[in-house]
Design a binder for this molecule. Structure first.
Ligand SMILES: C[S@@+](CC[C@H](N)C(=O)[O-])C[C@H]1O[C@@H](n2cnc3c(N)ncnc32)[C@H](O)[C@@H]1O
Length: 216
């Protein structure tokens, strides 16, 4: 039996993609930049243009629009629209116009609606990396379980206390250590810093597949 196909917009090197693949989807990625390490079929294109032209060809859709508006740039006192694009509303609109389940992923502070939060601690990973997921489906989320993440990793710069999790995206920690903490072994440091752990979308993908099976 053929596997359902999921469209992975704003895919980067495929952290989200790998989780959906492991759950049971075939995955096709789209990014505006070349992604030589993306592990599945890939199109270099504008995500919103691609979904408007080809989105109906897919059984399910995921989008991870750029999140700078909501992270460091915002912390410096800038608001949404002060220089960075917020592509969440257009992604939501495009997905809502198509049949089939969809998911939009982003960081804390992003304007997602009724989002669940996933945490590395729930999946036995040495990161917390809270990420938020809005969906057309009523997703469930395991609670955070920070208690087992005891202080045991190299301190952050200018600190003496051991960290409870592995810092991701920093040069002074071996890439292999960061990859292991994320459950990803094919990415560069920069790609890893953009990614979500595949465990998150494997969790979500299983729920989307159950929904698709019921609808079939
Ligand atoms: C946060 S990363 C996605 C990470 C990915 N979900 C993962 O888990 O590995 C966002 C990506 O969006 C891409 N991007 C930004 N604007 C885009 C656009 N208009 N069309 C397609 N890709 C875009 C960037 O090049 C970047 O690779």
């Amino acid at each position: 039996m053929s596997r359902p196909v999921l469209l992975d917009l704003f895919c980067c090197a495929g952290g989200a993609a790998m989780g959906y693949y492991r759950a049971g989807f075939d995955v096709v990625g789209v990014d505006k930049d070349p992604q030589p390490n993306y592990p599945f079929k890939f199109h270099r294109a504008d995500a919103l243009d691609f979904v408007s032209r080809f989105g109906a060809d897919f059984d399910a859709r995921h989008g991870s629009p750029p999140c700078q508006s909501f992270t460091a740039y915002r912390r410096k006192g800038h608001g949404i629209g002060d220089g960075y694009l917020n592509l969440i509303p257009e992604t939501r609109q495009a997905f809502s116009e198509l049949d089939g389940p969809w998911v939009i992923e982003n960081v804390a502070g992003a304007p997602l609606e009724n989002a669940i939060c996933l945490c590395g601690s729930s999946f036995g990973l040495d990161v917390r990396r809270h990420r938020y997921f809005e969906s057309s489906s009523a997703l469930t989320a395991p609670p955070c379980d920070h208690s087992w993440q005891t202080p045991r990793f190299a301190p952050a710069t200018n600190r003496t206390n051991l960290r409870r999790t592995v810092e991701v995206g920093v040069w002074r920690i071996p890439l292999a250590v960061q990859q292991k903490a994320m459950g990803i072994d094919w990415m560069t440091l920069h790609e890893l810093s953009e990614a979500i752990p595949p465990a998150y979308t494997e969790w979500i993908g299983s729920q989307l597949l159950s929904e698709l099976a019921v609808a079939a």
